[in-house]
Each structure stands twice: as C-alpha cells, then as structure tokens.
Design a protein around this ligand. Structure first.
Ligand code: AMP
Ligand code: MG
Length: 344
C-alpha cells in the first residue's frame, strides 16, 4: 500500500525513558522539562481499511497502542463497505428503507454531503457502484464497458442519500455508498484524539492521511514529507513543517494500473465514471480536520488545478497540487505558512 504523505523521521531525537509523570497535551518544553520527560519512542504497524497504519508514539502510556488498534478495528467494522453488517453495508442493502447508524457514521455522512455540495459534486460517496466495476489493485485490470458505466451513472448522485433525525439514513434503491475517500481522515482525527492526552507526541499515518500530535522530543516542528508522484513509494519531494495537525494527500499513483500506456487510477470523476483526467497527479491538503482534508484532497484531483485552489481557499484550507509535468500549484501563502521546502 502506498502512502501519499510520509513522515520524515530524521532529526527526531530518540531519548531513553527517564521515568516521570505523564506530560499533558502539547506541553511547553523547557530544557529541564524535556530532560525529565518520558520520550521513549515506540513504533507499530497495523493493517486496517485495506491500508497500512503506522503509529509512532513518544512517551506513551503502556495500554495506548492497544486502545488505538481497538479503535481502528471498531471503525473498520462500522465503515467498511466489505464488512457484512457494517453501517455502510447495511445502508447499501437497505433498499430504500431508513437505517439507524452509529452517530459517528452519521457525522461522516454529513461531512461527505457538505463537501459534495461545496465541490459541485466532484466528491461523491455515491460513486460506489462504479468503483465496484473497476479493479485497480487486483491485477485483473477489470473495467466497465461504456454501456455498464453509463447505465450506472444516474446512481451517482449524493442527493439520493438523506440524513434524518436520530441518526437515521435513507438511500434510494439501487444506489450505494463508499467512504474510501473520507473515512480514513475521520479515523485519523479520532486516533489523534485518543493519543493526545496520553503521550508526549505521536505521528499517525493512515494511507495518505498523516496526523502529528503534541511535541517532538527535541521540541522542534514535525517534518511531513509529500511524496514525489513520479518517484518511489515513500520518497518525498517536498517537506512541510508542522506544529500539531494533519496533512492529507490524494494521488493518482496510489491505486492504479497501466493499459496501452494509459494510467487508470482509483479517483473517479462522478460525471463520467472514468478516472479523473485533469492533469493533477497529487493534491495535498492541510486544514483543521483530517476528515475534511481527506474529502477535499479527493475532490481536488477531480476538479483540476484552478477549481481545486478555489475550493480549498473557499473552505479555509491550504494545499499544494502537483501536475503531471511536475508543476507545483499552491493556495495563497502555503509555502510560507508551512515552510515548504524541496527535497530533491
Ligand atoms: P482518496 O485516496 O482519499 O482520494 O480516496 C479514493 C477512494 O475514494 C477510492 O478508492 C474510492 O473508494 C473513493 N472514490 C473514488 N472517486 C471518488 C470521488 N469522486 N468521490 C468520493 N470518493 C471517491
Ligand atoms: Mg480522500
């Protein structure tokens, strides 16, 4: 599994654990406090949502990792389209009947609908029936015929999903939803919430979603790498400096196959059901919520540079887009705000 965003660990000081009381969230570091703090580093990898999840914790409580994995397992059982009985599975099988979902699922659906509107339909979770017609990773190169694709297009319309009172959801018969473009962002937000009060600092990497929490032991800013879309997995092209927050990248290099020299990738244009073809290879978004950044990054690839920048700025988000020819296009002031530096 490839990740669009990677954490640059060089420069992170690894300290032995001088046992002390647990630090509070985002502590102000003095030299004395730093030497006394427990900043022992712990790294662990899990696999959820068809994605490698990498956690690095500094000075964590012993049970923290177990709690993180338990939360990931719970979110997978709620939000995965392929887990029988998940909220998404129950919605997709509801045949037009109202379904009561977990309040967290309802919250994600509400945000998905909001970004669907603000992106003019570029982000659309009802893309699911068409996503299912493609195989981007299994090696079969399966794709819909024009006839199949065009027949399914009328189902791609988020107004077919209605959110009711008391966490109820109604989806028109035949329509389906897929939270692949937003759920990982929500989970990153929640994992950040879980670890925030219980460790000194943490990095969370979940597919293209990165969240850095609290402090680096050395007290410096976190460095988050943005992958070179044409390079090897994990090889960063750019570096962002971040205090505490989230960076999300969507890229056409994450899940794709090449046929007759053409790239078929996993971000589909809801208007056509075909892989978005706007000249963008990746979109990296920074905003207060990883869930929102996740949905916005997916929308950016569909919209293309000009509309993507307009959307990000209207949403109060920052971002940098990378085109097929390697041009960088950023929201106003992005380089300065995040001290964006080239690495190659
Ligand atoms: P991301 O990696 O966050 O850009 O999300 C890509 C995933 O979201 C795909 O694998 C699909 O499951 C789903 N998806 C594809 N195209 C769209 C779209 N236009 N709007 C919303 N979700 C999409
Ligand atoms: Mg996304």
């Amino acid at each position: 599994m490839l990740t669009g965003v990677c954490l640059l660990m060089s420069g992170c000081t690894q300290q032995s654990s001088a046992q002390s009381t647990q630090p509070s969230a985002a502590p102000v570091i003095t030299a004395a406090a730093q030497s006394a703090a427990n900043t022992e580093r712990q790294t662990a990898v899990g696999f959820y949502f068809d994605t490698v999840v990498t956690m690095t914790l500094y000075g964590a409580e012993e049970s923290l990792l177990d709690d993180v994995w338990a939360a990931c397992a719970r979110y997978e059982s709620l939000l995965s389209k392929t887990v029988p009985g998940s909220d998404v599975d129950r919605i997709n099988r509801s045949e037009g009947q109202p379904v009561t979902v977990d309040p967290e699922t309802w919250t994600i659906l509400k945000e998905a609908k909001a970004i669907n509107e603000s992106s003019g339909g570029a982000f659309s979770i009802t893309i699911a029936p068409i996503v299912a017609m493609w195989d981007f990773t299994g090696g079969t190169g399966r794709m819909p015929t024009d006839e199949q694709r065009l027949a399914a297009l009328p189902l791609v319309d988020d107004s077919q999903l209605t959110l009711g009172e008391n966490n109820t959801v109604t989806l028109a018969p035949g329509a389906e939803i897929d939270l692949g473009g937003i759920a990982k962002g929500y989970i990153a937000d929640k994992v950040a919430e879980i670890v925030r009060e219980r460790c000194y600092g943490a990095t969370i990497s979940l597919g293209g979603n990165t969240y850095v929490v609290g402090q680096k032991p050395a007290g410096s800013l976190w460095a988050v790498g943005i992958q070179d879309p044409n390079g090897q997995t994990g090889v960063p092209l750019l570096k962002l400096s971040l205090q505490d927050g989230t960076v999300v990248t969507s890229g056409v290099y994450e899940r794709y196959f090449i046929l007759d020299g053409k790239r078929y990738h996993h971000i589909l244009d809801p208007k056509t059901g075909l892989p978005a073809d706007t000249g963008l290879m990746s979109a990296t978004v920074v905003c207060e919520s990883s869930m929102k950044a996740d949905a916005l990054a997916t929308a950016c690839i569909v919209l293309g540079a000009e509309e993507a920048i307009r959307l990000l700025e209207a949403e109060g988000a920052g971002g940098v887009l990378i085109t097929y020819d390697g041009t960088l296009i950023e929201t106003t002031g992005f380089t300065q705000t995040y001290d964006m530096q080239p690495l190659q």
